[in-house]
Design a protein around this ligand. Sequence first.
Ligand SMILES: [Zn+2]
Length: 405
Amino acid sequence: EDVPVLFSGYSPENYDSTYSGLVSAQEALQRSLNVPAVNLLAALGGEALYELLKKAGFTTLTPVNHYGLPMVLGGCEVNLLELTNLYAALAGGGKKYPVQTRLDRGNSPPLTVFSPGVAYIITEILTEVRRPDLPTCWEFTTLPKVAWKTGTSYGHKDAWSIGYNPRYTVGVWVGNFSGEGRAGLSGAEMAAPLLFAIFAQLNSDTTVSWFTPPVTVKKRAVCAVSGQTPGPFCTPLRSDYYLTDCSPEVECTFHQTYLLDPATGYRLPPHYYSAARVTAEQVYLQYPPRVAAWLEANGQPVETLPPLLPEWQKLLPGGAPVVRSPSADYIYQIRRGIPLEYQKICLEAAAGNDVRQLYWFIDGEFYGQTKPGERLFYLPEPGRHRVICQDDRGRSAEVKLEIID
Ligand SMILES: [Zn+2]
């Protein structure tokens, strides 16, 4: 999901401050999208990535509690040699060897950092050449075949590009040794041209064949919208890599059929049966709530489910709204000297496509109403507050809001 999100007061943004809605892992990696990466780390837990980086031999990391979710965007210090050696592990099918400066010392045994299937799929993604971080000066030339990635650090302090083929791994860093940033310094424009120039010189040997897929990597048809295993109503389909030993086999949760009452237009509960009522089935495309709210806010058509048959509305368990702001475990501090008018706290929630209206209650009193994804503002009052967001089906979510002066 590449849509606005808030984690304990931290709201990740993409490089160009735009969002793209639903994206594939391939697109997220090729376009270096920050938001999907932060979402993934939030789902995995930060410790998992930290342990992987430790295992991969990064010696510059400070204790894990120094890092939050920005760690996945490069919010931790690394050096070029150790980073380049991790890319060499991708080239080595997931096996990482210690760095050696002399050939006559013999190789220490390798460490498995990624499975061969993971290494292969990442390599395939990084080998795609025509993409946004292709340096403009190489746009119309024939490029050597390389799996490559670029990066630009916060404040334009470092521009880097790392690439590999089955034989060589090359890392390029451009920046000031003083660490001073410079406007316009970017991995794509400064470091990648050097990387390609180096590979153009190295690549004279064409006898080495490109990487081949390990037995755990196969292709399968997936739903083009959800990327999940297609169900009977998914169209169009596309072909995608998967790992036979660990890719999930979840049938598409986006394309679902719903029972309708053609006479009234109401939706009927699943498995509804009544001898007195004729029913009809219809397929609806249901995006995850946050994505649906973002698409709608950006003027893109989103299918809305017809309302549920009135006598069932209060009875069916369904997805409660997801409060995006205020953040549940964040303490808001009122800043001195700034009018409260400018420190209002945003109330915003996402809800399922069957929800048209959300009602907000603060400390038990009705405060206002919004549509899903719409914003309402609250003038902060010091103290602890209960914020309840209720949808028009009676489902509600609660967050505790603490404001200190
Ligand atoms: Zn589908």
